[in-house]
Write a protein that binds this ligand. Structure first.
Ligand code: M6R
Length: 589
């Protein structure tokens, strides 16, 4: 996944492209580049690394240009593999994956054309030049007809200094008109200042020339309605914090408070409540951290509403053969609302007859256009790649959903405990600082294991993912009972094990696993809401959580785990906001 941008207007293009690329950097940041058209020539500036490396490109002169921030799929992050890619009369930026690029490349090479990068994208510039017999749109159509896979494209032709061309299939692309010119971009926030915005659908093309935007499909020109935005983009700064991640953790109490929904009393949900009445099965599809929030929700929904919940990683769901029975409600959970696998899973569930409900933090994202209903978490924009407050917000919303579903099914569901969660999260945050002292020990570990039972298992998974993601330490999360079925073989003198213990009925069982770790020399960090366990000899360090309704406890127990990952990343000298090899929004499969 990558971020693409294009501008044509009366102003200098380069500074505008750079500003927008900065906003798109959450999509990838291993290399970046821009190309600007000036007097029938492309001026190109590419660098390995982040968009900040393009500072020198500001001076490029020209009023039409395209830009790209990359997350490498084909070819290492390098200057030569950075976009834009140029061939013949064309310059192209691409987001997506061209699955048949090898075959297309061979065809081009057989004609004697030479390639300068290892990317799949470069072939697009070659095809455009090959198919161009005078009309750019025809060349673009013919090129797209040859591509298998996904693409959002912004294209310039050397001798068209006032025109930009765009095309889309399975990768988002937005076209906008601002006071200063016309834009194409991977998402709405990148071009937030545009008063007029249009979302390209699959198979559509756009021509942006002087003051005119035209849309086309294979059959010819089409009309298009402006997007109706439900919110305006925000671009928070670090607000005095050293990192976005820590700032966003400090915003967890507010994110929870704003994401709790009272479905019963809010008239906006009356149609939704009728759906809940008829729901017999719940499916949850999501990736990464959002998948973990689905696991936490399963425990709550099954317990409170007695409705079976299936939680499936979206990339597995989309290529499986999911069974949708009458009364199936599919929750597609995605912070960004742009995750390719989650979008595809939601689309498949919809095609097979499920009622699809998007749970997202991004009001105008792609997932909102697929779902029948949209439930918005109110975490505020999350910048750090490691999801923190968005996870807590997802839990707050999914817990609200679970209690509403229970109520609509005639079960007694106590919502009151939900309302205490923001204050409890605040208290939890105030207790995590002592983990800073523990971080150097974790920083030199070979691997770290997280264990928990029931709802605590979900926290174990999320704690482990967080640590992997930003500290680069090998780590796994397990149900505590699974430890002795294999992983215990990896525990020896000094192995760090984090145990989460908030479920009274299985507390002693988890403590058995803790004793087994201790007996092998493992060092246990205990995260618990039960004070009596903190003083046990098997426990090296503990964090006592405030008392909380047990099924909601992951919303609190994850906070020290997020903090542990943050402090460990710092102790290892890593940038917690931009971990290597990752991106905030995973828009390719
Ligand atoms: O935007 P999404 O919630 O759909 O993203 C899903 C995952 O890519 C995401 O949660 C990822 O695992 C995070 N970087 C974890 O911190």
């Amino acid at each position: 996944m990558c971020g693409i941008i294009g501008y044509t207007g009366k102003a200098q293009a380069a500074p505008k492209l750079l500003l927008c690329l900065k906003r798109l950097e959450y999509r990838g940041y291993d290399s970046a580049g821009i190309a600007v058209l000036c007097e029938d020539n492309f001026s190109v500036y590419k660098r390995k690394g982040r968009v900040d490396e393009l500072e020198g490109a500001k001076a490029l002169s020209g009023t039409t240009g395209i830009g790209h921030t990359r997350w490498a799929t084909h070819g290492e992050p390098s200057e030569k593999n950075a976009h834009p890619h140029l061939y013949g009369r064309y310059a192209v930026v691409h987001n997506g994956i061209i699955e048949n690029y090898r075959q297309l490349k061979e065809e081009c090479e057989a004609r004697g054309e030479r390639f300068t990068s290892e990317t799949d994208s470069e072939v697009i510039a070659h095809l455009l030049d090959f198919y161009d017999e005078g009309d750019v749109l025809t060349a673009l159509r013919k090129t797209c007809a040859r591509l298998i896979g996904s693409y959002a494209l912004a294209v310039m032709r050397r001798d068209r200094a006032d025109a930009l061309y765009a095309a889309r299939r399975k990768s988002p692309l937005i076209v906008g008109r601002g006071n200063d010119g016309l834009y194409v971009a991977s998402d709405v926030p990148a071009i937030a200042e545009c008063g007029e915005l249009y979302s390209l659908a699959d198979g559509e093309f756009a021509l942006l020339q002087q003051d005119t935007i035209k849309f086309f499909r294979e059959e010819g020109e089409i009309g298009k309605e402006q997007m109706k935005l439900t919110s305006r983009a925000e671009f928070p700064d670090k607000g005095g914090y050293a990192h976005y991640m820590w700032k966003e953790m400090c915003e967890i109490p507010a994110a929870i408070a704003h994401s709790i929904i009272n479905f019963d009393s809010d008239p906006r949900f009356s149609a939704f409540n009728i759906v809940l009445c008829h729901t017999k099965y719940v499916q949850i599809v999501a990736c990464g951290t959002a998948y973990h929030s689905g696991i936490a929700a399963k425990y709550l929904i099954e317990r409170a509403a007695r409705i079976p919940v299936e939680v499936t990683v979206a990339s597995e769901y989309r290529y499986g053969d999911p069974i949708i029975r009458e009364g199936t409600l599919t929750l597609a959970v995605s912070q960004s609302g742009e995750t390719a696998d989650t979008l595809a899973a939601a689309q498949l569930a919809k095609e097979r007859g499920a009622t699809v409900v998007a749970v997202t933090n991004a009001p105008d994202s792609s997932i909102t256009r697929i779902a029948h209903f949209v439930l918005l978490t109110q975490a505020g924009r999350e910048i750090a790649v490691a999801a923190t407050k968005s996870f807590n917000a997802q839990l707050a919303l999914l817990y609200s959903f679970g209690t509403a579903l229970a109520a609509q099914q005639g079960k007694t569901a106590d919502r009151s405990a939900l309302l205490s969660l923001p204050a409890l999260a605040e208290q939890t945050l105030s207790r995590v600082e002592k983990l800073k002292m523990t971080a150097p020990f974790y920083a030199q570990a070979r691997s770290v294991y997280f264990i928990g039972r029931g709802a605590d298992y979900c926290a174990a998974l999320e704690g482990s993912l967080k640590l992997k993601e930003i500290s680069y330490l090998p780590s796994e999360g397990y149900p505590a009972g699974e430890l002795k079925h294999g992983t215990l073989a990896l525990v020896d003198e000094g192995t760090p094990v984090v145990a989460i213990l908030t479920q009274r009925a299985v507390a002693e069982k988890t403590m058995n696993a803790v004793s087994e770790v201790y007996a092998r020399g493992g060092k246990v960090l205990l995260i618990t809401s039960f004070p009596e366990y903190t003083a046990r000899k098997e426990v090296s360090v503990s964090i006592l959580l405030p008392a909380c309704e047990e099924l909601y406890s992951p919303i609190l127990s994850v906070i020290p785990l997020q903090a542990l990952a943050y402090y460990t990343a710092l102790a290892r000298g890593n940038d917690p906001d931009k971990p290597r090899n990752l991106a905030k929004s995973v828009t390719v499969e």
